[in-house]
Design a protein around this ligand. Structure first.
Ligand code: AMP
Length: 468
C-alpha cells in the first residue's frame, strides 16, 4: 500500500484542533518507534526505514520505501502486526540486532488522530507531540497506486484548508538524529578537567549520557556499542585508553595496536560527541596506590590465566565511571567474564550507572571481531574460526537435547583441536554470572572458549540455552 502523507510543523496544536470540528476524534495513542539501519546498505542514503513500533500495548514491524515525490512524504509501506507487550518488542529488536540490523534511534510521541471521509478517501489527521523534536500535524491517506494522484491532491488541499504552511519532509527520526548530532560539537580531550567540563555542559541540557570504554583499534564490534549508545542517549562518550594495569608482564601491552586517527574517524562517523584519550600519567598519577580487588571471578578462566587482569580492569572501569558519571555504560558480550566483573563492581560499589551488554559482532565466517585479530597471518586467521565453530556446535548440541557439561566440553575441544597450530586454554560451559561450571545444564548456560594461535590469544563465548 501507499502512504500518501504530508507533515507540517505547528506551534500550537489547539489552534488546529479547533479547525477539526467536523472530524471524528480517535483515542490518544502513545507510540514508541525503535528504528534500525541495515547491515548491507545505509537506510539514511537509500531513504528506507525499518522499525519496531509499539502503540500502547500493540507491536508492529514496519518497512517504508523511499519517498517518491517532492511535495509529499508518500512512500511504500508495509506494516505487520507482532505479538503484544514489551517482551515481544524486545525480542523482535534482539532478533534484528542479531541479524546485523543496528538500532539508530527511538522516537516516542503522543498522537491524537482525527478521521474524516472525503471524496471516497478515509483521511487521517494526527496531532503529534514528539519527544525532543516538537509538535506537528500529519495528514495521510492510505491507498493503492491507482489512486495516488487523487489522494495527493486531497491531502494537500486539506493542509491548505487547515492553514498549515510550514511543511516538513524529514521523518521524525531524521529530525531527532539531526537535532542530537548538531546539538553538541565533537571534541577529543585528554584531561579529566576537559572531560568533566564537556560532560557538565551536556548534563545541563538534561540529555542522557552514554559511555563506551575501549582500548582503541576500533572495529565494527566497538561501533555496535557506539550505535547502541547513540540510539539510546543524547550524548555519547567513548574512552580510548590502553590500560597498562590489565596486561601481564609477558603480554602485548607494548605492541597493542594504537590507531588513534582511524579511531577518531570511526567515532565521528558514528555520531560520538566526546572522545577521552587520557595518558597513562593522567589515569595513574604519581602517588596512585589503590586497586579494586576482584573476588572469585578473578580466580577462574581469564582471571586464572591472566593474574591481575581483572584487578586492572575493575580499577580502570571504576575510575572511568567516576570520571564520566554516565547514565548508561555499554560493554560487549564478547568479553563475557569482564561483563560479569563489571556487573559485580557496579553492584558492590553502588555505582549509579545502568549496564547495557551488546551482542558480539562477528565476521561472516563466525570469528568474533577483536582488535587482536590483526596479529593473525592468513593461515592462523583461517584456523581461528574453530573457536566460533566450537561454540555453534555446543549450542546445537544443547538444542538437540544434550545437557551434560562434560559432553559439551568434549564436543568443543574436539573442534578446536582441528586447527593445526592451536593451543587450547579452555573450552567449557559456565554460569554467566558466577563463571562456575555446572555438571549438567539447568539454567541458561554460557559456552566459553580461549586459545592461542601462535602469539595471539583469542577468546569467545556464546549463550547456548539450557532449561530455563
Ligand atoms: P576493547 O577495546 O577490546 O577493550 O573493547 C571495548 C569494548 O568493546 C568491550 O566492552 C568489548 O567487549 C567490546 N567489544 C570488543 N569486541 C567486540 C565484538 N566483536 N562485538 C561486540 N563488542 C565487542
Amino acid at each position: 500500500m501507499l502512504e500518501v502523507e504530508v507533515k507540517y510543523r505547528v506551534n500550537d496544536l489547539s489552534v488546529i484542533e479547533g479547525k477539526l470540528a467536523g472530524w471524528r476524534p480517535q483515542p490518544r495513542r502513545y507510540e514508541v518507534d525503535h528504528y534500525f539501519n541495515a547491515p548491507d546498505r545505509d537506510f539514511a542514503r537509500t531513504d528506507e526505514a525499518l522499525r519496531v513500533r509499539t502503540v500502547n500495548e500493540k507491536n508492529f514491524l514496519t518497512y517504508k520505501g523511499p519517498r517518491r515525490d517532492p511535495q509529499t512524504k508518500t512512500r511504500f509501506e508495509l506494516e505487520l502486526p507482532l505479538a503484544d507487550g514489551p517482551h515481544a518488542s524486545a525480542q523482535w529488536r534482539e532478533l534484528l540486532s542479531r541479524l546485523g540490523y543496528r538500532p539508530t534511534g527511538v522516537v516516542s510521541k503522543s498522537r491524537r488522530p482525527f478521521t474524516s471521509n472525503r471524496h471516497g478517501f478515509e483521511l487521517a489527521a494526527s496531532l503529534d507531540e514528539v519527544n525532543e523534536v516538537g509538535t506537528f500535524v500529519e495528514i495521510e491517506v492510505v491507498t493503492d497506486e491507482t489512486q495516488f494522484q487523487g489522494a495527493k491532491d486531497l491531502v494537500l488541499r486539506m493542509a491548505q484548508e487547515l492553514g498549515l504552511n510550514n511543511p516538513e519532509r524529514r521523518s521524525y527520526l531524521e529530525l531527532l538524529l539531526g537535532k542530537e548530532r548538531t546539538a553538541f560539537q565533537f571534541h577529543v580531550v585528554s584531561t579529566v578537567a576537559e572531560l568533566q567540563r564537556e560532560i557538565a555542559t551536556a548534563k545541563k541540557r538534561s540529555v542522557k549520557v552514554g559511555f563506551v570504554p575501549t582500548m582503541g583499534a576500533l572495529h565494527a564490534g566497538h561501533a555496535a556499542l557506539i550505535d547502541r549508545a547513540r540510539a539510546e542517549c543524547g550524548y555519547v562518550v567513548v574512552s580510548i585508553f590502553v590500560n597498562p594495569t590489565q596486561f601481564g608482564p609477558k603480554e602485548d601491552f607494548a605492541k597493542y595496536p594504537r590507531t588513534l586517527h582511524e579511531d577518531v574517524d570511526l567515532c565521528r562517523e558514528h555520531g560520538v560527541d566526546l572522545i577521552f584519550t587520557p595518558s597513562v600519567d593522567t589515569i595513574y598519577p604519581r602517588g596512585f596506590v589503590n586497586h579494586v580487588e576482584v573476588g572469585q571471578l578473578a580466580t577462574v578462566f581469564e582471571g586464572a590465566i591472566r593474574p591481575g587482569h581483572f584487578r586492572g580492569v575493575a580499577t580502570i572501569v571504576l575510575k572511568l565511571f567516576n570520571m564520566v558519571q554516565a547514565d548508561v555504560a555499554y560493554f560487549g558480550q564478547k568479553d563475557a567474564q569482564q561483563v560479569a566483573v563489571v556487573r559485580q563492581l557496579i553492584r558492590d560499589f553502588d555505582v549509579p550507572v545502568q549496564l547495557v551488554v551488546v551482542p558480539t559482532v562477528r565476521e561472516a565466517d563466525g570469528l568474533a571481531l577483536s582488535s587482536r585479530n590483526r596479529y593473525l597471518d592468513a593461515t592462523l586467521r583461517k584456523e581461528a574460526t574453530v573457536l566460533s565453530a566450537a561454540l555453534f556446535a555446543a549450542r546445537q548440541a544443547v538444542q538437540n537435547g544434550e545437557r551434560c557439561s562434560a559432553t559439551i566440553r568434549q564436543i568443543m575441544s574436539t573442534i578446536v583441536a582441528q586447527a593445526p597450530h592451536v593451543v587450547l586454554d579452555y573450552a567449557t560451559v559456565v554460569d554467566s554470572e558466577t563463571f562456575r561450571e555446572p555438571q549438567s545444564l539447568t539454567g541458561q548456560a554460557l559456552a566459553i572458549v580461549a586459545a592461542r594461535f601462535g602469539d595471539t590469544r583469542l577468546i569467545d563465548n556464546m549463550e547456548i540455552g539450557g532449561d530455563a
